[in-house]
Design a protein. Structure first.
Length: 741
């Protein structure tokens, strides 16, 4: 049988058709369309009269639909709520029950995919006959005089509805549409799977896997033992719904007859609400709901909402927004019956919505506030990436515990000082208490925030980088602990961020300044194994207790650390390698820790330590000359080539074992050779010789061991030689010379 449109014996223009929305709107129920409420305990007819004039027809029909939007427009359309009833639902006038409670379930997050399955079945249609509406059949005429009702229910379509609301949390807004597509595909299969009602319901394994992350909520006119919470639960419940229907079900749709058609004394609907105003009210309320969702998302973002102060601001704003929404609905609920009864003009609703757009809770102000808070949270997140190795303290209680319970003498805090302040919220609180306090001047008021100030943010970045560097330098020190926290600036002087210093549990400074980076060490005297440094302090601070000097072989990675007590102006660094390039840097030592290390000094090369030649020997001795030979000098780390040799000699006492105290004479070979003849000596005189290597860079090695005492010949006939035979040596020109003695 086709679904009934209206009682057959009544004119269509006279009737009002509305969904029951879980309300007990049975035949004969009185209804006030001005407030969209039923009038309990009062009737026009007694029970016997009603029974004699009711016609009932079976009307079995089952439908299902999929709703992919969570908007109020889509929800009201799904429940056939339109016009005046829609305005009342928006204002909260209608006490909804049963499946109608689906209207009140809105998404809590913009990162929430939602698809709803609607199940609807009708069973029977009942209506009153025309003869029943005659004046002679009315039992209680006082109803017309009371003016409490405008309509009476004259027809009811019975059945039941159910809404299965499926949700899935996703990681980003981009994935919402994809997830909703998957949800829709899976939910479309539910009516098909439930056809297996005669046998055990079996789901494919891939469907079970793909729907594992779905959650389900149930709103219906059925009594269930347990509500479904998963997709599999929903499949089983959906299949069992026909069996769960009790009797003919509940009123789904009703038709009502205006009482003014029965008596001129009856109350009536004087004027209605334009659809443009209904849509405006709907849009306003939906934007307030969207604002609530944004707050939830910001509060649940683990990488954004780190500090309790930030969360508390968002929660307070969310609570104020909810209070405002309730107040707005109360205003709408109050004015709607008055307008419909003719006791107020439609302009009153227009003014309510107009004032809403100019209030502190306007869409523009909501967007500004939440946009600013989101930006603030992202700025804080960026700063925390600069301080990622440090402990973050969420609230004041935890901070107090750290400061008072820390074994460290000092606690240094990178403090966000402006997270607790919010002039927006103070004004909104005042407006909720006294809406008249919000003047046009308030509308033009500009709210400043520390995150909008470029200079403040630049300073914050510099402080974060300095704090991180100071913490890295001193992380191994047992005296100081480094943390990040939100600390309110009671004196309102340090906007944005500041560095707080606590010593032994007490605040010492709210604007701690890091030690200045000292200038690089200056180079003074250089030797083969040491460099003398001049240490220049960054300032004349008495707090400097010493230095930490470091040196590095140029090009290598490791630094050697030298702790220095006190404040010496000159420091000699010993134990260096000869002929090696070094760079130096230093940091100042304070009681709190080390300053940032200075820039590197200029590269400096230690002097070489060339090895001396071997002990010289006299190869031939004449009356006034000798020919010396000696082993080559080694290089010993010196990179320069040997240029020549320096030969030194002096006269000795007559006794070979007694070293004389004569003057040393010097002779240069002029090139690299390990033999040389010395002329101009005194005949019959004892001499000693020593040799040094001279390098291209000007370096001169240590002297060789002194030769044995050698006496020149007294006469030419005297023969004396140190050795006989063939002797060979190589000159600097790589020419091999031979002597045969």
């Amino acid at each position: 049988m086709a679904e009934k449109e209206a009682p057959t014996n009544l004119t269509w223009k006279s009737m009002m058709e509305i969904p029951a929305l879980g309300r007990p709107l049975h035949l004969g129920t009185l209804y006030d369309c001005r407030s969209d409420t039923l009038i309990p305990g009062v009737t026009l007819w007694d029970k016997e009269t009603l029974k004699r004039n009711v016609t009932t027809e079976d009307q079995y029909k089952t439908e299902f639909d999929i709703i992919t939007s969570d908007s109020m427009e889509e929800k009201t359309n799904a429940m056939n709520i339109t016009g005046e009833l829609k305005a009342s639902v928006l204002g909260g006038l209608v006490e909804i029950g049963g499946s109608g409670k689906y209207l009140c379930d809105t998404k809590t997050s913009q990162q929430q995919a939602r698809v709803t399955l609607k199940y609807s079945m009708t069973t029977q249609y009942s209506h009153l006959t025309m003869s029943h509406l005659g004046d002679e059949n009315i039992s209680y005429h006082d109803v017309f005089d009371n003016g409490t009702a405008t309509h009476v229910v004259t027809a009811v379509l019975y059945g039941a509805q159910a809404f299965f609301v499926f949700d899935q949390k996703v990681s980003s807004n981009k994935n919402v549409k994809e997830s909703e597509g998957m949800l829709k595909a899976a939910i479309t299969k539910i009516p098909l799977v439930s056809v297996q009602i005669g046998a055990e319901i079996k789901m494919e394994e891939r469907d079970i896997r793909s729907t594992k992350g779905f959650s389900c909520k149930f709103y219906g006119d059925f009594v269930l033992e347990t509500n479904p919470v998963t997709y599999e639960d929903a499949v089983r419940v959906y299949a069992s719904l026909p069996k769960l229907l009790r009797g003919c079900g509940v009123p789904l749709k009703v038709w009502m007859y205006p009482l003014e058609k029965l008596s001129s004394k009856a109350a009536r609907l004087v004027r209605g609400i334009s659809m443009s105003l209904v849509w405006e009210a709907q849009d306003t309320l939906e934007k307030l709901c969207e604002c609530d969702m944004r707050c939830n998302d910001m509060l649940e973002a683990p990488d954004l909402s780190v500090f309790s102060a930030t969360k508390e601001k968002i929660r307070l704003f969310q609570e104020l927004n909810r209070q405002h929404k309730q107040l707005l609905q109360k205003k709408i609920a109050k004015v709607l019956p008055l307008i419909r009864a003719g006791r107020a003009e439609v302009d009153e609703l227009t003014n309510i919505l107009s004032r809403e757009s100019q209030s502190p809770f306007s869409t523009r102000r909501h967007s500004e506030f939440l946009g600013e808070k989101l930006f603030e949270m992202r700025v804080i997140k960026y700063y925390l990436t600069l301080l990622k190795e440090l402990q973050v303290v969420a609230d004041q209680n935890e901070l107090d515990s750290v400061i008072l319970g820390s074994p460290h003498r000092f606690v240094l805090v990178f403090a966000f000082t402006s997270l607790q302040e919010e002039s927006y919220l103070a004004d909104w609180k005042q407006w909720l208490r006294d809406p008249a306090s919000f003047t046009p001047d308030c509308e033009q008021k500009i709210y400043s925030s520390w995150v909008k100030d470029t200079e403040t943010r630049r300073k914050a970045i510099q402080l974060a980088e300095s704090f991180s560097a100071f913490a890295r330098t001193n992380h191994s020190m047992e005296k100081t602990r480094f943390i990040v926290a939100s600390v309110p600036d009671q004196e309102k002087q340090m906007q944005g961020v500041s560095i707080y210093l606590y010593a032994n549990g007490l605040q010492v400074s709210s604007n701690f300044e890091f030690p200045v980076k000292p200038p690089p060490p200056q180079i003074a005297e250089i030797t083969k194994d040491s460099v003398e440094l001049i240490l220049i302090p960054s300032c004349e601070s008495k707090e400097i207790t010493g230095y930490q000097v470091e040196y590095q072989v140029l090009g290598e990675e490791d630094w050697t650390v030298i702790p220095v007590s006190g404040k010496p102006e000159v420091l000699k660094v010993n134990g260096l390698e000869p002929c090696t390039d070094y760079v130096f840097r230093c940091a100042e030592v304070y009681e709190l820790g080390l300053s940032e290390s200075s820039d590197m000094s200029i590269a400096v090369k230690t002097l070489p330590s060339p090895c001396h030649p071997g002990k010289p020997k006299v190869f031939i001795a004449g009356t006034d000359y000798v020919i010396l030979v000696w082993p080559w000098a080694d290089f010993c780390g010196v990179h320069d080539k040997i240029k020549e040799y320096k030969i030194e000699y002096k006269e000795e006492a007559e006794a070979a074992d007694e070293e004389g105290k004569g003057k040393w004479y010097e002779h240069r070979t002029g090139y690299n050779v390990n033999f040389w003849d010395i002329h101009g000596l005194t005949p019959g005189t004892v001499y000693r010789f020593q040799v040094s290597a001279v390098y291209d860079g000007g370096w001169i090695s240590q002297c060789s061991e002194k030769s044995d005492p050698v006496r020149t010949l007294s006469t030419k006939n005297e023969a004396s030689a140190v050795g006989k035979g063939l002797f060979a040596t190589i000159t600097h020109k790589d020419i091999l010379h031979y002597w045969y003695i």
